[in-house]
Design a binder for this molecule. Structure first.
Ligand SMILES: *[C@@H]1O[C@H](CO)[C@@H](O)[C@H](O)[C@H]1NC(C)=O
Ligand SMILES: *[C@@H]1O[C@H](CO)[C@@H](O)[C@H](O)[C@H]1NC(C)=O
Ligand SMILES: *[C@@H]1O[C@H](CO)[C@@H](O)[C@H](O)[C@H]1NC(C)=O
Length: 791
């Protein structure tokens, strides 16, 4: 995946920001987010803003940086009480000790969770669901898209046939360049933009390169919004591939766009302002396709904003991140959010490489322009060998990656160039190769990239191959001679449907375990996120590089960014069907009905290895919209339960107050159990195998609510993780009425490993507890991790 390149980009950008923050404001100032106890406002101050300004001035010793409009960047009052402001770390520390201040959290910068694998063309982005036939499903619900803004004129956002804007909607339609005041309608009911946090750190934005309005000049926000709630659009597009209908998951739900992501990234203080506005505006679901950070929940502005939203009854769905396939890469892991990984669909875009020696290597592409000459074999050249590298740079490494300026035009003209994956974007490599006069490109994974490939909309005929094919290709080229040069061609085969196996877990999809609280299995579930067709703004090229002058109404992207809005749209449908359900109940319905078998009736495999994936890859499984509508039982969670969970993470009361405005009294919670007793729809046990005990034990308490509509008798079946014993007590739950709650315990015993484990290593085993009444199957994954001590 592009994860190595993404990760690098992140480091570079953060580096720039930190340096910019220090040098730009002299005193080492940066942005801090401050949570206050709203009731503690001294009566001397007429408004909270007056109080906040005075507090910043006092903490800064009166010497804070002067900002247009005062020291405050944003004030928050709905999802969260407090403000953001620039100040020195010393001033922040002083402020943290001031009366009425609950927490001071340093700002971080986030990035979009897409892998930029675009393409033009037309097919369904997801199978149409019978749910949608039900005429008004989702029509009274509003989904907030916190992203890069939106293209309001796109056909996916027309409002024909929709009823009036729901009366509870209290939002606004902000306007500005490219986004006139009449841009909103009965579909796009609101739009706002938040740039104060971005500009406080990065300086005034360049208004040639980006616009101070909700208009999407990137494409990501338009794409994610249409996945969640785009209208039916037919035909979605053409350009060499099949035509089809494009539709979001909840085509009648309303959309509200909150633009927080800019050229320099998405800044926490702006994201929190968007959460705050969304809560005040009256949205039902928040969809957030930006990457997370690995810090405790009380330092994570997204976790904090999402908690406020959850308390207000809003479902928050977030992307798991694209840091896979390595372990411990999952982000946005707070238990009150739905953390969504990415899977494939049963659709593929084969573009195979046929070699002069007769071998055919599987590749994928959504290149849509003129093809290579039919039947002709072209000379193949590996960019990493001296024949391909420009003499001036003479740097085999940057040439192998096809970095800008690294290729010798004389050596590659008229040939197909093989480039290694990594460092620059996949589309940028295509452009480099195109500009030096090559006719085609094969993008080859290295060993560390594995077998995961993404179809891109390159500017020249190009395809992507996995690590094994890449190795064959490099060997074949290395064995060629001047007399017998390596030759090949790329065969574009269009769109294949009914591909087996599907779904598979996308290689890039971020994986568990949960780095913040291993007691909570993350990701929660997966949804389609590989090669997703959705709306694209008219002013942006599909390859996502500035020089791409092509224009298209739809585009294909990949990433957990694309998986998240599928779940956001489904959450809106579930909330429409079950208006009284809490955010936790909706998430429970999605998780306990998810499936783990693919269309070949085997456990879903991991794209990067082709071996069966497991709970740290797919969580509870792949989302199943139809079954989620009628889950039978749900695991409910109240905001107070989350506070008890935080107590059991041993957070201090001060830390807990950063997340929730509730006064935490942890004594009772700590007596009552452990963090694994949060009423979550999965069970995760972690043991340290210290060799002292032959077996290791724990137990979980869970409570399920009957939502199946009346009397029901459920029986438990257990699939115990290998080497473990799992006992459910009682084994039968007899419900007499709808809404009734019954509890059970699950005891997990793991035998100590027979062989001594490597220090620091761990073994993961998974199973499930399933409650069934003959009509519903309520699946609860059980994961047992046995860790060897570090020494
Ligand atoms: C602003 O952006 C435009 C277009 O990308 C660029 O040409 C110009 O140099 C930028 N100006 C500044 C001051 O960075
Ligand atoms: C799928 O596999 C299971 C066993 O793993 C078997 O019981 C079931 O009948 C199979 N289903 C189909 C449709 O082949
Ligand atoms: C919290 O502290 C208690 C007592 O020291 C300890 O037993 C428990 O493992 C800790 N929990 C976590 C999640 O660190």
């Amino acid at each position: 995946m592009a994860s190595p390149c993404r990760a690098l980009l992140l480091v570079v950008v953060v580096g720039v920001v930190v340096v910019g923050g220090v040098s730009g404001s002299g005193g080492g100032e940066r942005t801090f987010i401050v949570r206050v106890d709203a009731d503690a406002k001294p009566s001397a101050f007429p408004t909270h803003a007056h109080w906040y300004e005075a507090a910043v001035a006092a903490a800064s010793g009166g010497g804070g940086q002067w900002r247009e409009g005062g020291p405050l960047i944003h004030t928050y009052s709905a999802a969260f009480h407090g403000f953001s402001a620039r100040m020195s770390p010393a001033a922040a520390a002083a402020l943290a000790a001031a009366p009425g201040v609950a927490a001071v959290v340093p700002e971080r910068v986030r990035h979009l969770a897409t892998t930029r694998s675009p393409r033009f063309l037309g097919l369904l982005s997801s199978p149409p669901s019978a749910l949608l036939a039900d005429s008004d499903f989702g029509a009274d619900l509003v989904i907030a898209i916190i992203d890069t803004g939106i293209s309001p004129t796109h056909r996916s956002f027309h409002d024909r046939g929709l009823g009036p804007v729901p009366p509870k909607w209290r939002g606004v339609c902000s306007w500005g360049p490219g986004f006139p005041p009449n841009s909103c309608n009965r579909k796009l009911v609101g739009a706002r933009f938040f740039s104060a946090g971005y500009e406080a750190t990065s300086g005034r934005m360049n208004e040639t390169a980006e616009v101070r309005s909700p208009l999407d000049t990137d494409g990501h926000g338009t794409h994610t919004a249409s996945i969640a709630a785009g209208r039916y659009v037919f035909p979605a597009s053409t350009l060499g591939y099949a035509r089809g209908v494009a539709a979001g998951m909840a085509p009648k739900a309303r959309l509200a766009a909150y633009k927080v992501c800019w050229v320099g990234g998405c800044f926490d203080s702006d994201i929190l302002a968007a959460f705050d506005a969304a809560v005040a505006d009256g949205v039902d679901v928040v969809s957030l396709s930006v990457g997370g950070v690995v810090v405790p929940y009380y330092l994570d502005a997204i976790a904090i904003g999402a908690f406020g939203a959850t308390e207000a009854g809003i479902v928050v769905s977030a992307s798991a991140g694209n840091g896979g396939p390595g372990g411990l890469t999952v982000t946005n892991v707070a238990p009150w959010m739905a953390t969504v990984g990415a899977g494939s669909m049963d659709r593929a875009f084969p573009a195979n490489v046929r070699l002069g020696n007769g071998q055919v290597l599987d590749g994928v592409s959504v290149y849509g322009g003129p093809a290579l000459q039919s039947g002709k074999m072209y000379e193949l050249v590996y960019a990493g060998t001296s024949s391909g590298a420009a003499s001036s740079s003479a740097d085999g490494y940057s040439a192998s990656m096809c970095l800008d300026g690294s290729l010798d035009p004389a050596a590659v003209r008229g040939k197909i160039v093989v480039c290694d994956r990594g460092v620059n974007s996949r589309a940028a490599k295509g452009e480099v190769v195109h500009l030096v006069g090559a006719v085609g490109m094969v993008l080859a994974n290295g060993v560390f990239d594995g077998e995961g490939v993404v179809a891109d909309c390159h500017v020249l005929p190009a395809t992507a191959v996995g690590a094994a094919a890449g190795e064959k290709l490099r060997k074949y080229i290395a064995s060629s001679t001047r007399q017998a040069p390596a030759t090949g061609t790329i065969q574009f085969e269009g769109t294949h449907l009914g591909v087996h196996p599907a779904p598979v877990v996308a290689a890039f999809s971020a994986r568990g375990p949960n780095p913040q609280s291993p007691e909570i299995l993350k990701p929660d579930l997966i949804a389609p996120g590989l090669n997703i067709l959705a709306a694209w703004p008219s002013g942006v090229g599909p390859a996502g590089i500035p020089s791409d002058g092509r224009r298209t109404e739809f585009n294909i992207l990949s990433g957990t960014s694309m998986a998240c809005p599928h779940v956001s749209g489904l959450a809106a449908l579930l909330k429409a069907a079950h208006p009284t359900w809490s955010p936790a109940a909706i998430k429970s319905a999605l998780m306990t009905t998810a499936y783990i078998k693919d269309n070949s009736n085997s456990t879903m495999v991991d794209e990067s290895t082709a071996i069966p994936a497991d709970v740290f890859d797919f969580g509870a499984g792949h989302v199943d919209p139809m079954r989620a509508m009628d889950p039978g039982l749900i695991y409910d969670i109240t905001p107070a339960d989350y506070v008890n969970f935080l107590c059991n993470l041993n957070y201090t009361e001060q830390n807990i107050r950063a997340i929730t405005r509730r006064q935490a009294d942890c004594r009772g919670a700590r007596r009552a159990g452990h963090a694994g007793n949060l009423n979550y729809p999965s069970l995760s046990a972690t043991f340290v195998a210290d060799g002292a005990r032959p077996t290791m034990k724990t137990h979980f308490i869970r409570t399920v609510t009957n939502v199946g509509g009346g009397r029901a008798v459920y029986h438990a079946t257990v699939r115990a993780p290998e080497g473990c014993t799992v006992t459910v007590q009682p084994r039968q739950l007899t419900f007499r009425r709808d809404g009734q709650k019954l509890s059970f315990t699950v005891r997990v015993e793991a035998a100590a490993p027979a062989k001594k484990m490597e220090p620091g290593s761990s073994q993961v085993r998974s199973g499930a507890v399933t409650w069934s009444d003959g009509r519903h199957a309520v699946n609860t994954p059980v994961v047992v991790t046995v860790q060897a001590p570090l020494q």
